[in-house]
Design a protein around this ligand. Structure first.
Ligand code: IVH
Length: 688
């Protein structure tokens, strides 16, 4: 491939990828599949690695991260990033409105507009664009100087790496007539908020919890922690979003109002949230506030209020600013989601892994629509961080859908200096607790005998992401366990209707419902069953990988640490944990019960085809295959006991090269790895 051909193809791919990225993330209206998108991106990365000088700073390949920054350079903001003054009541809001009214009337202006927006609860960010390309992104810092986190911000899909100038005039004809447009294109700044959607936050925390990593208190902390990461690859793995709320450029005329600037931002490809309104009376503003205060929990992200901004720039200039904040804008904070209450005691829960979780038992207190009487303290590091003592009064916070959290101790109200200490024995079975080095948790080592651990494992087995046994909740498991009807998850499948319907609160109908739910969960996909077993460090993502590589429980059970590591997708800790799990006696018991009950032990990919040419061999695919999709080709290899890897090394046995194969093919040749055409590959796997 000549360099000029590569250049043209790379540019075409970049254009397409920017467009598809925008369609997917901003418009939520994709026109190609994820697989096709990945293929295009892979191809671009391939071209750029063969011709590194073709790599551009705004290339979509930059989104995957990989740049490691030691210390973030400090950059000076072109214009100070001011903060807003806050109001907490409608009276204060009226005062603000009247101040604006008065300030403008002395200048002879009697009517004005206010733009109402949501106040995103994330991290304020400034983005610079030169020649329509994203060149620098920084945090707010102290308002004058912030950290240059450009590489991290490039991984956020809703931050355009280049803007839609080519399409601007077809989106809205009025931009055609804007005489300032040419100059504007060269240089502008966008401000807005980086945040994590509630759903992404919850998924991430669930995965961190499964992997026994520290969880984040709320989406805002998760965002701040993510943006501080020094390896941008880490940032690209966590899902962040960006909402734009401010556009600044020397070339923009004052006559272009804030509302029009937001429209321009949106036309340029930025994510500008749709809930915004231009209001021309206090009444309209109040309506906006009331609407969004009630709808707050239904939004996919956290807000902590609304922001009201004078719409016309000329009006803003007349009003001016104080040393800290503009006189033309204000934040209206929604009612508090914090409350104070007294700590009655700390109880200790024993989880399915034996980890002891301290739980704050609280004097019941109403908080954002519910009454709170308990709140998890996660672990003893957290108790230490809080400096919690017996009888303390604490401040609680509930943000959005996220469970309430103890924020801090109120030192003025302290009544004792008796710190909360970890128990020495398991509260469930009395066994002395252990604290492994380098771990935050205390553990009950009595895995087999400890009733709470046993119960915890059954609860996990039945839970939504595991076997999802509809009507089987915690309370029923408790009841079944305490009545001696079940010892482990395997026993669930041998429950009888007659003994169930004799239980308290159980009728014929609920007994039958439970039996039906149990029957239908027997055919759940293999990855769910693997996850349901509750192997330490095996979360749902790892379970999925395992189910593909070892398409039956028996295969997984007989896998050695080496074989597990060979998959290239899991590390030593997980591999050790898996083999250890299958060596245990209770595992054997539960597996034989599950098998006898008819629970499916085989995965979909369980098809195993004898093919010695493929078995144990490692394959790399590159370029575009004509007859097969990449996924199909990988399945063919895995079904025959081969491995598929993303990069070529000395250990690679075959590189299958489709059309327009690039650097991987070069590398294969230089290492002397055998290269197959698609047809040769099809012959090898017996499909031609
Ligand atoms: S405008 C001069 N609009 O609130 C006006 N800020 O203390 C500058 N924020 O640091 C801010 N949503 O992080 C503006 N729609 C919105 C906002 C918003 C959230 C944050 C921003 C800023 C803080 C103000």
């Amino acid at each position: 491939m000549t360099e000029s051909a590569a250049k043209a193809e790379a540019e075409k791919l970049r254009e397409e990828l920017h467009e598809h990225n925008y369609r997917y993330y901003v418009l939520a209206d994709p026109t190609i599949s994820d697989f096709e998108f990945d293929k295009k991106l892979e191809r671009l990365i391939e071209i750029e690695s063969v011709f590194p000088n073709l790599k551009t700073p705004d290339s979509p390949s930059q989104r995957v991260g990989g740049v490691v920054t030691k210390n973030f350079p400090v950059v000076r903001h072109r214009e100070r990033m001011m903060s807003l003054s806050n109001t907490y009541s409608l009276e204060e809001l009226r005062d603000f409105y009247e101040r604006v009214e008065k300030g403008l009337s002395v200048e002879g202006i009697s009517t004005f507009e206010m733009v109402c927006e949501l106040k995103f609860d994330g991290i304020a960010i400034s983005l610079l664009y030169e020649n329509g390309r994203f060149t620098q992104g920084a945090t707010r810092g102290d308002g004058t100087e912030g950290d240059d986190i450009t590489e991290n911000l490039k991984t956020i899909p809703t931050i355009p790496l280049r803007t839609n100038f080519s399409k601007l005039t077809t989106i809205d004809e009025k931009w055609n007539h804007a005489i300032w447009m040419n100059e504007f294109k060269n240089d502008f700044e966008v401000r807005g908020e980086a945040l994590m959607l509630k759903a992404d936050f919850e998924t991430m925390n669930r995965e961190r919890e499964e992997a026994e990593e520290k969880i984040f208190a709320n989406p805002r902390n998760a965002t701040a922690g993510t943006l501080k990461q020094q390896d941008s690859k880490e940032v690209s793995k966590r899902k962040l979003t960006f909402f734009a709320y401010h556009l600044e450029s020397k070339s923009l005329p004052d006559s272009l109002s804030h509302a029009e600037r937001l429209k321009l931002l949106s036309d340029l490809g930025f994510n500008v949230y749709s809930a915004r309104e231009v209001a021309s009376s206090l009444n309209e503003i109040t309506k906006f506030l009331e609407t969004w205060e009630t709808r707050r929990d239904s939004l996919p992200f956290e807000i902590d209020g609304a922001v009201l901004k004078v719409n016309h720039i000329q009006h803003r200039k007349l009003l001016g600013e104080t040393s800290k904040s503009p006189r033309w804008a204000i934040a209206y904070k929604f009612s508090a989601r914090r409350a104070e209450t007294k700590l009655k005691a700390v109880s200790f829960q024993v989880g399915r892994t034996g980890a002891i979780t301290p739980v704050a038992e609280l004097e019941p207190v109403p908080l954002a629509g519910s009454v709170i009487s308990r709140s998890t303290l996660h672990n003893f590091d957290e108790i230490e961080r809080l400096g919690l003592c017996q009888g303390d009064t604490v401040e609680l916070e509930k943000s959005g859908d996220v469970i309430p959290k103890v924020l801090r101790v109120i030192p003025e109200l302290r009544v004792s200096n008796l710190p909360i200490k970890p128990p020495s024995n398991c509260p469930s079975c009395g066994t002395p607790l252990l604290k492994p080095e380098n771990e935050v948790n205390y553990y009950c080592p009595n895995e087999e005998g400890c009733p709470d651990q046993r119960k915890g494992r059954i609860i996990h087995f039945a839970s939504r992401n595991a076997m999802d046994i509809g009507s089987l909740g915690e309370a029923i498991i408790d009841q079944l366990f305490n009545e001696g009807l079940i010892q482990d998850a395997g026993d669930l499948f041998f429950l009888e209707k007659s003994s169930l319907s004799q239980l308290e609160r159980f009728g014929d109908k609920s007994a039958q419902n439970l039996l039906d739910a149990l029957e239908s969960c027997k055919s759940r996909p293999l990855d769910r069953l693997i996850f349901a077993l509750g192997i330490r460090h095996v979360g749902s993502a790892t379970a999925r990988i395992l189910s593909l590589k070892f398409p039956s429980i028996d295969k997984l059970r007989s896998a050695t640490v080496e074989e597990l590591l060979e998959t290239g997708e899991i590390g030593e800790t997980i591999a050790q944990s898996i083999t250890e799990y299958f060596r245990k006696r209770p595992t054997e018991i539960i597996l034989s019960k599950l098998k006898n009950a008819g629970v499916a032990f085989e995965g979909k990919a369980a098809k195993v085809i004898e093919n010695l040419a493929v078995k144990g061999k490692s394959f790399v695919f590159t370029g575009t295959l004509e007859k097969l999709k990449r996924e199909e080709a990988s399945d063919f290899v895995m079904e025959r006991g081969g491995k598929v890897s993303g990069s070529v090394s000395k250990k690679t046995d075959f590189v299958v090269a489709g059309s327009e194969a690039g650097s991987k093919l070069e590398k294969a040749k230089s290492l002397g790895v055998k290269v197959l055409s698609e047809d040769e590959f099809l012959k090898l796997i017996g499909q031609l």
